[in-house]
Design a protein around this ligand. Sequence first.
Ligand SMILES: Cc1cc2nc3c(=O)[nH]c(=O)nc-3n(C[C@H](O)[C@H](O)[C@H](O)COP(=O)(O)OP(=O)(O)OC[C@H]3O[C@@H](n4cnc5c(N)ncnc54)[C@H](O)[C@@H]3O)c2cc1C
Length: 489
Amino acid sequence: MKTWKVGIIGGGPGGLMTAHALQKLATHPVEITVFEASPRLGGKILTPRFASHPVGYEAGAAEFYDYSHFDEDALKELIKELGLPIRPMGGPAVVMNEQVLANMDDIADHLGADAAQAVVQFDRMAKDMMTPQEFYHANDHTHEHGSDTTEHVQKQRFDSLLTDLKPHPSFQYIENLMHSDLAAEPRQTSVAYGLQNYLMNDPAYMGVYGIEGGNERLPQELIARISATFRLEHRVESIVRTPQGSMQVRSICSEDSVQSEAFRVEEFDFVVVALPLAHFNSIGYECDGLAAKMRAHHDFYDYPAHYLRMTLLFESPFWRNQFSDSYWMLDKFGGCCLYDESSRDPGCDRGVLGWLLGGDDAARMSELDDQQLINEALDSLPSFLSHGRDVFIEGQVHRWIGAVNAMPGGETPVTLDRRHQPDAMQNPNLFCVGDYLFDSTLNGVLDSANYVAEWMAAEIADHPIGAPSSTDSHSSITNFSNHTDQQTV
Ligand SMILES: Cc1cc2nc3c(=O)[nH]c(=O)nc-3n(C[C@H](O)[C@H](O)[C@H](O)COP(=O)(O)OP(=O)(O)OC[C@H]3O[C@@H](n4cnc5c(N)ncnc54)[C@H](O)[C@@H]3O)c2cc1C
């Protein structure tokens, strides 16, 4: 029986989830190779520790979205299957003009009755436009959805819904509430995606949770279960189709780990490009017509959105008298989210606050150096928390420019097959996996990974002795130095 060779490019959540799902679904032998450009797997899920104290914090993906109160929730089921304990998270009060706005009464007291009325009206309109069930189905990516209405809605930009509020403090309130979730400006996203990012703050629509011990435990548990060759520090630089129809992947080892440049060329029956759009074009797609198809795929989804994180360690959680939630919003940097990172670990005796900036402010401020950004974060504390500066210990900065998508799914959604297979006619064994195809979240990238894994498993089941167009594939190694970059689990 043929052993199918599958090359997965990108060792982030998308690549790992694809490998994990394929391994479970394949009814015939598969040999999986995961290429990762950096020295670590896990991509944008990472839970590092401060240098001065062994206290962890989320530097990338902060939370998991919970749809389980509606129906199937593949991500929550996967986390359960991996035996990972979860902790619900909650918020979000908005701090505006040095006042804490936790409910409609607070809004009326501090922003005025007119502003409160405008927020209520906007909220009603948003809920009329998207019910909790519709919200769930918009985020259930396993089925095709009716295209006519969606297409119409996607072409309008979200700022068109906010025009009436603009002169009002209610506008700032809504912007502050959703700016960091969106990672973009309202004019840069669709009505549908803007609405989702507004409504996700309502527990009737969605819950939020984190993994105890750090979100990075998710990729770590996946890695422990995947039987694959992990090629770390192997940046894929080109994909070529062979005359026999298999795909040749050429990777280059990073110069840090070896003395000289070393290339590796391997052939696969299937190749999965599990890269975010920011890295998508770093690969040369060197077969007739494929480069143009891949460029078109990239351009269709290319609505870059930005994040910037400043995470600060303090001697104590000095804010807990005022705030006991997992996060709250602040009217600084166009509206940012302030996470109580230390609330993730009840045993933590230090205080950790994480500023998550999004959109234009994140892009602009990412030009500043780390020390300037840490000062900006401390300066942004409301005056009733400014004593935090006295107990500050250490700050860390993580820049995520262009790392997510302002209009996932593109302006005019296409079928699930088309999203995942950019060149169906000439290169049917080349797939794409990514959160940008659905909703810029881990839920989305899991749905995408499952879709492609099921597809490959079905192809494998249909061709137990190999597809007529493909040859028995083999690996060849060119000028490859002997080093320990490779890990087979
Ligand atoms: C600051 C921030 C906060 C977020 N918060 C949330 C959240 O709260 N909830 C949520 O659901 N989602 C969140 N997200 C989104 C989430 O992180 C992504 O959905 C997820 O990481 C996408 O996984 P991926 O594998 O497609 O991409 P990535 O995680 O980016 O992984 C891609 C991998 O490919 C590697 N790579 C790149 N180029 C090459 C190459 N040429 N060859 C080999 N390897 C290569 C990279 O090094 C990387 O490891 C957040 C993202 C950011 C940046």
